[in-house]
Design a protein around this ligand. Structure first.
Ligand code: NAD
Length: 503
């Protein structure tokens, strides 16, 4: 160990209500993406620690499942209050470890807070249904009950919002939870866990286990983890969905994206350009809702040069620089991957009309910078079109009419989000009806739905059949029981029912 690493903090695990140092011998550095300074190291939890976390979550579940729903809602009320109080602090932690600019980082936290607010309303969300007299003097009703120890595996790009998509709803439903956050930015989820304990969460309700795929694999095959929520890349998502379902678990996996913006010639050019800038290169393109393909329909192709010129003025920088539009990529490997795609695009014959591959930011020579990049003359068989690049790279396609645009989007392997810019209601209506994609924006960039709706995805962007975010999360994290009941009037006469001693 050198002098620098001796002072580096090790990220703790959260087991049974205590922040504890892992006994694991393998540690992964958490780097500041703008400087490569090591902010902390994250341990890979040992097999025994994962076991202990699951055991402790099982014990917590036994009490929590019978805790009155009002008390569960009150925990969420206290938690949302604390998250709001610490909003700035959390935003700074996100910014420091992801490199996102501060506004973006605080937005990440805020979108998570909205889910906790939604969980405060858990009693109404859990309500079952009743029909009286399904047969003569027989009633039928349903109740929802929690599953047990639920698991969440989350990606690096929203270290606050995505963990908060999962554990507050699962826990409000009466479950306990084991979270395995991204090993690339574990400081934010750890702080979220600390605040959850401060809000009064009983010990063991939320466990945070760090590590990489070996930890995930243990959670996937464990006999006591009935439900797995995952958000991340397609390759990991397919593995998690296959392994989890093979072990007969309930799994949902939200995966990668290649989101198209359709630009109709009747759209307002200034709105197209403004919205395209933020949604294509904002957060360095590291959003599952980023627009990575602009489909110029008919005469709108004349705007390609203006889009390029506007993108050329977008400047990345460090999170403390209020003027910077976006930050560095999360890691050196992520940057190399994006540069590889840019090179492949050139080799495949696409026109690189804006090349950010040699981006430098004064004072930060080690940052994972990639400047705004744009390609035209792209065909749908090129890797820059087919693959998710996850960088500030915009690909321009040109098609003749709306029907062609719809066919292109529907043929893409991903179906996470899309948007259309047009001034025609009829065009927008046709698009929303015919497009086979989860989230659709009309004259807005791809929207992340508020939690009273659900986040979805088609084709390779989503595996599973229920949505563990927002409204439908209650269905994912609970089981429904349908009860058919009949009471005999003779019993009332004899008072048999009232004399039963339940204790
Ligand atoms: P990732 O798949 O590399 O990692 C996500 C999580 O899975 C991490 O916790 C990681 O430790 C774990 N993991 C990675 N490989 C694994 C494996 N082989 N086996 C078991 N576990 C594994 O994703 P990332 O790079 O952190 O995040 C970016 C990806 O997430 C992009 O593809 C993006 O589109 C996607 N994403 C999707 C959504 C959505 O809602 N659809 C939202 C955010 C991000």
């Amino acid at each position: 160990m050198n002098d620098q690493t001796q002072h580096i903090k090790t990220v703790p695990l959260l087991i049974n209500g205590q922040l504890v140092e892992s006994k694991g011998s393998r540690h992964i550095p958490v780097n500041d993406p703008a400087t490569q300074e090591i902010l902390a190291t994250v341990p890979c939890a040992t097999h025994a620690e994962v076991e202990e976390a699951i055991e402790s979550a099982k014990a917590a579940f036994e009490t929590w499942k019978d805790t009155p729903v009002g008390d569960r809602a009150r925990l969420m009320l206290r938690y949302q209050h604390l998250l709001k109080k610490h909003h700035d602090e959390l935003g700074e932690i996100v910014a420091r470890e992801t490199g996102k600019n501060l506004e973006d980082a605080k937005g990440d936290v805020w979108r998570g807070i909205e889910v906790v607010e939604h969980a405060c309303n858990i009693a109404s969300l859990l309500m079952g249904e009743t029909v009286e007299n399904v047969a003569r003097k027989i009633d039928c009703y349903s109740i929802t009950q929690p599953l047990g120890v639920c698991v969440g595996i989350t990606p690096f790009n929203f270290p606050a919002m995505i963990p908060l998509w999962m554990f507050p709803m699962a826990i409000a439903c009466g479950n306990s939870f084991v979270l395995k956050p991204s090993e690339q930015d574990p400081l934010t989820p750890t702080r979220l866990g600390e605040l959850f304990m401060e809000a009064g969460a009983p010990d063991g309700l939320l466990q945070i286990i760090h590590g990489d795929k070996s930890v995930v694999n243990q959670l996937l095959v464990h006999k006591d983890t009935p439900a797995i929520s995952f958000v991340g890349s397609v390759s990991a998502g397919e593995h998690i969905y296959r392994t989890g379902t093979e072990h007969l678990k309930r799994v949902q996996a939200l995966a990668g994206a290649k989101n198209h913006m359709i630009i109709m010639p009747d759209a307002q050019k200034k709105h197209v350009i403004n919205n395209l800038l933020g949604s294509s290169v904002g957060a360095a393109g590291q959003r599952c809702m980023a627009i990575s393909v602009a489909v110029f329909v008919g005469e709108s192709r004349r705007w390609i040069t203006e889009v390029r010129d506007a993108l050329a003025n977008v400047r990345p920088g460090v999170w403390t620089d209020k003027e910077s539009a976006y930050g560095p990529l999360i890691s050196k490997q992520a940057k190399e991957r994006v540069l590889r795609f840019i090179q492949e695009g050139k080799d495949d014959g696409a026109d690189c009309i804006l090349d950010g591959s040699k981006c430098e930011i004064e004072g930060f020579p080690e940052g994972n910078w990639v400047g705004p990049t744009m390609f035209k003359n792209v065909t749908t068989d090129m890797s820059i079109y087919k693959e998710e690049i996850f960088g500030p790279v915009l690909v321009a396609l040109e098609v003749d009419d709306l029907q062609n645009a719809i066919e292109v989007v529907n043929a893409n392997p991903y179906g996470n989000g899309t948007s259309i810019f047009t001034s025609s209601g009829a065009v927008a209506r046709k698009y929303q009806h015919e497009i086979k994609v989860g989230q659709v924006g009309i004259n807005v960039p791809v929207p992340v739905p508020l939690p009273m709706f659900s986040f979805t995805g088609w084709r390779k962007s989503f595996y599973g059949d229920q949505h563990a975010y927002g409204k439908q999360a209650v269905k994912f994290y609970t089981e429904t029981k349908t009860i058919t009941s009949r009471w005999f009037e003779e019993d009332i006469d004899t008072g048999v029912n009232t004399s039963i001693n339940l204790k």
